[in-house]
Design a protein around this ligand. Sequence first.
Ligand code: GDP
Length: 451
Amino acid sequence: MAVVALVGRPNVGKSALFNRLVGRRLSIVDDVPGTTRDRLYGRVEWRGRDFILIDTGGLDLSYSAQGSLAPGSSTYMEAIHNQVQEAVAQADLLILVVDASEGVTAADEAVAEMLRRSGKPIVVAANKADSLRLRQDVVDFYRLGLGEPLPISALHGSGTGDLLDEVVRHLPAAEEPQKTPEQDASLRIAIVGRPNVGKSSLLNALLGEERVIVSEVPGTTRNAIDTQLEYANRRITLIDTAGIRRRGRIVPGVEQYSVLRAMQAIERCDVALLVLDASQPVASQDTHIAGYVLDAGKSIVLVANKWDLVSSAAAQQEWLAEVRDAFKFASYAPVACVSAKTGYGLDGMMEHVFTVASARQKRISDAELSQMVRQALLRVNPPSKGGQRLRIFSFRQVGVAPPRFLALVNEPKLAHFSFTRYLENQVRALYPFPGTPLQIEYARKQDSNRR
Ligand code: GDP
């Protein structure tokens, strides 16, 4: 999956633009509230293309000290320089964000110079172009020598469609379509989690236990190596085992980019094992990664590793309660308590994986769903606005992996978030879909006005 990075000097509105571009999509797929804020990576879908967007503004820790650094000082320039270098190394395309209300600055010129030398495609977004005059003035940014500056307002959302058109136009050609799990008959598993939770220990424990490694095969992304094995007579592909094994230096900027690698692995998996360290409190990075998994429409099993270190029953209960609370948005995700060190719980974990994988493929019949919707609408009044009430003419499952449902309605705009959540709960009452996010979409029934 292509990677696009937002770069530019501080305060031009990179994070606002990130939220605007990622948030747009999140609202469409009805994503998880509470996990989307303060993320640095997100998925964007535009005209049938998907890409990963990075907000480099938050990546470099030295950046956060910049409040105290004078613009133009050598430390200030150095911080920007490091950030841009990392972004250039990781991204297939860069969006240079500049501030239309301030015009071209020396820092903009320095960043532009680095980007020109990168040889990668670049799109210039002139943000804060909130007025007609500012929109006209953006021509000034032609001076950066990176082509036509596009006037946008991250705050109001204007111009972002044109920006996305331009980004998609310059993205490298899409990778070969992945074989679907049905085609290659193996279950694709990604092991993800923050550093030191025990991912590579878990990988080794899994491989050590079965000793039936089929082969190591190159993954489709750069430097990725997958491992194929058999577990309980099922063919499994562990995604990007090279990335799991690689014990990097835990340097802030560098470590952050391992999230990018995890996201690429998540894109290619069916089920993600999100490894947590049960000897520690849940961290926000844990829930962020879960958010990426569900955004990507993948299934999840929460793995409470280092269970050997949680000695008392009371401590175990307390930790599990904490997990339930932190992962409320994924209350359907099973939790497997394991120890990569002793091998405890690995079979149980894999049973969860198989259960969750089959839930991805589950179909509910039209008849069951129609009956469910009829009853659901008797219990709860559908939302209304301006005297118009939501009517649901049909509700069907239109896809699997992840399960997708389509409601034909009189007016899709009437279907708000909490109603969708209610419908989702009703669907899960028919079948719980363990570990698996559901997608519920609305479309206008064409002839609904004539009824
Ligand atoms: P990664 O960064 O997520 O791949 O984490 P590692 O697999 O390198 O593990 C980090 C540390 O935790 C190492 O010192 C491991 O020995 C230790 N560790 C991993 N799993 C367990 C476990 O189940 N129990 C205990 N006690 N230690 C573990």
